[in-house]
Design a protein around this ligand. Structure first.
Ligand code: SF4
Length: 183
């Protein structure tokens, strides 16, 4: 039996991530990411990579965004298009329970797209010039809830009668990601 874990794109390719400047949080997430990858490789778990919606829509020079900015019909429908081939693959794997077992989906907590338990919220938008940016920047916060891509993926799974555990990579709660590999 082959075990498969579905992972957010940047779990395997951090080059897709928005440029970050908080060294401590980058370091702790990277440590956990490597631990999860080592554990997956050592235990023979296969990794199926989700698309990175932010990279393919906004490229490498994008600003960091919030859930509110992506919570619109255009972003959701593009996520749906990107996820369609993945859902097809999941259906194929899940149809053969003798050969394959999908352990679940591992997203990235804190992401407005790929968060599973936590996402990034804030009323952002508009031009930078001519306004007091301090309260706008202060409004950004980590909040419980999924990112938009994960919400869309959840909808697509239930439309197809599929159910899978979902967790997010989160350095403050490392066990959640590691336990998904042991299912
Ligand atoms: S959108 Fe998802 S895959 Fe892309 S960088 Fe953000 S968390 Fe990673």
């Amino acid at each position: 039996m082959q075990k498969i874990l579905i992972v957010s794109h940047c779990l395997l390719n951090t080059a897709s991530k928005v440029e970050r400047f908080k060294e401590e949080s980058v370091r702790s997430e990277e440590q956990l990411r490597r631990e999860v990858l080592r554990e997956a490789v050592d235990s023979g778990v296969q990794l199926l990579q989700l698309p990175c919606p932010e990279f393919v829509m906004y490229g490498s020079l994008r600003w960091g965004h919030t859930y509110e900015q992506f919570d619109n019909t255009f972003y959701r429908s593009r996520c749906r298009e990107l996820l369609e081939p993945v859902v097809q693959q999941l259906k194929e794997y899940m149809a053969d329970k003798e050969r394959f077992r999908i352990l679940g989906i591992l997203g990235i907590d804190g992401s407005p797209s790929c968060g599973v338990r936590y996402t990034c919220r804030g009323q952002w938008g508009g031009e930078f010039g001519g306004r007091d940016l301090e309260p706008v920047l202060k409004d950004v916060r980590l909040e419980k809830g999924q990112g938009v891509l994960m919400e869309v993926l959840g909808e697509m799974l239930s439309e197809n009668g599929l159910e899978l555990p979902m967790e997010g990579l989160f350095a403050r709660e490392p066990q959640r990601a590691l336990e998904l590999l042991k299912k």
